[in-house]
Design a protein around this ligand. Structure first.
Ligand code: B12
Length: 208
């Protein structure tokens, strides 16, 4: 078995020490932090599946997030600033109302900032008004909405409706677990991305 598979399984089995050891091992082997984030995400998805099938409880979900926080402390500082110091513009980003998941959003924000994009992070469970106020105050070039719950899709749709009636030209980009091309169309977003690396490419399209 490769270290990658071991890491996915260690995360899925909530073996904190093993997860940290394997993360350090993969770094030594030359894996990029973003690639390791993607590997660990696969383990988190299994944690979610085990929760859905009642093998795991809420406490296990919480513990998976705590393990992730430790990994974050190792990997985030290693996400290199890009050589290009040109500021690419401002983005407002938040997790939509009724949803408190932010691990994925925070990775996206870390990568965007490393690329010289100024990100205003609104946090989690943000109602429509928070986005509207931030857009009026910060005048961003694009807005990012994150959500992991199926419920979040409805919040995204309503939030985008309000954003577009304030300014029909502001690009809104969506992402998170349940988001795909169909969701993007349904909520009337301009674009979407399945992971943090793609998210950076998509945001850059709208900032250049
Ligand atoms: C960890 C976790 C939690 C933690 C979250 C901690 C935190 N600070 O975020 C805690 C314990 C708090 C939690 C709570 C709950 N959770 Co939860 N959770 C998860 C779990 C296991 C992992 C999520 C995660 O962090 N993945 C890793 C990150 C890196 O991946 P990601 O979030 O997808 O992000 C990537 C991309 O999506 C993308 N991306 C993310 N945001 C954005 C934004 C933009 C703009 C773009 C372009 C891209 C982008 O880039 C990221 C990096 O590559 C998932 C399982 C799963 N399948 O996802 C369940 C899951 C999301 N949770 C679930 C549930 C049900 C809950 C609870 C309702 C449980 C409960 N009974 O209380 C509560 C929700 C409370 C609420 N109101 O929000 C369900 C959702 C089911 C559904 N369809 O609605 C899931 C799918 C588990 C399951 N299979 O049942 N959870």
């Amino acid at each position: 078995m490769t270290n990658e598979e071991d890491l996915i399984n260690a995360m899925a089995d909530l073996e904190e020490e093993k997860v940290l050891d394997l993360t350090n091992q993969l770094l030594k082997d030359g894996k990029k932090p973003v690639e390791i984030f993607n590997i660990i995400r696969k383990g988190m998805t299994i944690v979610g599946d085990k929760f859905a099938s009642k093998e795991y409880f809420l406490a296990d979900l919480i513990y998976s997030a705590e393990i992730f926080e430790e990994i974050n402390k190792i990997l985030m500082p290693l996400i290199k600033k890009s050589g290009d110091s040109k500021q690419l513009g401002k983005v407002v980003m938040g997790t939509v109302k009724n949803d408190i998941h932010d691990i994925g959003k925070n990775i996206v924000i870390g990568l965007l900032r490393a690329e010289g994009i100024d990100v205003i992070d609104l946090g989690v469970d943000k109602p429509i008004e928070s986005f509207i106020e931030a857009i009026k105050k910060e005048k961003p070039k694009a807005v990012g909405l994150s959500g992991l719950l199926t419920l979040a899709i409805d919040s995204m749709k309503k939030t985008i409706e309000a954003i577009k009636s304030l300014d029909p030209n502001i690009p809104v980009i969506v992402g998170g677990g349940p988001v795909d091309a169909d969701t993007c169309k349904y909520v009337n977003a301009n674009d979407w991305a399945p992971d943090a690396v793609e998210a950076v490419k998509v945001f850059k399209k709208y900032l250049d």
